[in-house]
Design a binder for this molecule. Structure first.
Ligand code: H2U
Ligand code: ZN
Length: 349
């Protein structure tokens, strides 16, 4: 591969996980920019906020009261997007008006009793506790016979639609395989049929030789800016060992995942010295009790920021009508993330 061409000539890149294309048009970075570039002051959050519906002992919006939890806390979402007990129906008129009922279960997981902590500022033991809750939720929800997919995801920051700075994530378990995992499953399958190996095992092997898109790693996991990244500082977290879900973790792997989550989110916060917003989530095998040897455990981070804490990338215009486009290369984004410290800027002396 001619790496210099990729830094100079507008081109398309292929995402083998979704089998979609993105456009890379670097010359646009030279265009004049009149948007805002200032830093935003870090919000000074209290450790406990009496008005927060996720703090221990507080009342939630629908009147339920949180226990005085001391580590993590899981509850059924009071405004769940999906409901478990709904009438089943399937409608199809001429293949054009097609609808099916979709049962599901939505939960919220508080990471900590502390209102002001985020993943990069939690201890490794505290993050490990969260990972154990994720694994327990995955195992519990996959036992529900109609649950065929479990999505654990975190929206962080108001810009990503997070409703509250209290550290938390959501779990949505539902009956159908959602659109993106369905595409990924088809790609994992096609790759395995064609090459008799795993798409992400082979991809990590390639990236670990090239190095230019790798940000950080430990014995269990690695984070890189994927060759086909759409968002400016999008990253892909991959397990180095081939397995398909949190249920398959070996002893010690939760600690390794905690280590990589803390290091990566610290780098993100340090990039613009802000509490870095993103949507992130784990992509795990479907939970319909079939066997998925082709699936490889991974997570995606999709951060919206582009040039500073206040300048955001919008997916509009050409991107809505055609395909995503980016103007800093995955390689230069990776270089910037790689050179950042793994000591949080708020913890520096
Ligand atoms: P987000 O910040 O990612 O939106 O997650 C918070 C979730 O918490 C959101 O889905 C739920 C919202 O429905 N919620 C409750 O279940 N109870 C409340 O009292 C307020 C918010
Ligand atoms: Zn709170």
């Amino acid at each position: 591969m001619d790496a210099s061409l990729l830094q100079e000539v507008p081109h398309r890149r292929f995402n083998p996980l979704t089998r979609e294309w993105i456009l890379v048009s670097l010359h646009r970075t030279k265009r004049p920019w009149q948007g805002k570039v200032e830093k935003v002051a870090a919000a000074d959050l209290p450790a406990y906020d009496p008005t927060c519906y996720l703090c221990p002992g507080n009342m939630r919006a629908d009147g339920a009261k949180n226990p005085k939890f001391t580590s993590t806390f899981v509850f059924d979402n009071d405004y769940a997007a999906l409901l478990p007990d709904i009438p089943a129906f399937a409608e199809d008129e001429s293949g054009l008006l097609v609808a099916r009922s979709e049962p599901g279960i939505c939960r919220v997981i508080c990471f900590s009793p502390r209102h002001d902590l985020t993943t990069p500022r939690m201890s490794l033991d505290e993050i490990c506790e969260v990972i154990h809750v994720w694994a327990a939720q995955f195992v519990e929800l996959e036992k529900v016979d109609w649950v065929h997919h479990v999505q654990i995801f975190e929206n962080r920051g108001a810009i990503m639609g997070a409703s509250n700075p209290h550290p938390h994530c959501q779990v949505w378990a539902n009956a159908s395989l959602p659109v993106v995992p369905e595409k990924e499953l088809a790609s994992f399958r096609a790759y395995r049929d064609a090459k008799h190996s795993c798409l992400l095992c082979d991809y990590w092997e390639l990236e670990s030789r090239h190095r230019e898109r790798v940000i950080c790693e430990n014995d269990g996991f690695a984070v890189l800016v994927p060759f086909w990244a759409v968002w400016p500082f999008e990253t892909l977290l991959v397990s180095k060992r081939h397995f398909a879900s949190l249920e398959d973790f070996l002893p010690g792997e939760s600690q390794l995942l905690a280590d990589i989550l803390k290091r990566m989110t610290t780098r993100y916060d340090n990039l613009f010295e802000t509490s870095f917003p993103y949507s992130m989530g784990f992509h795990q095998r479907p939970t319909d009790s079939l066997h998925y040897p082709e699936w490889h455990f991974h997570a995606h981070y999709f951060p919206p920021l582009l040039r500073s804490a206040t300048v955001q990338k919008f997916m509009v215009g050409y991107e809505l009508l055609n395909n995503p486009q980016r103007d800093i290369t995955a390689e230069s984004a990776a270089a910037r993330l790689r050179e950042l410290s793994e000591t949080h800027y708020l913890d520096r002396a």
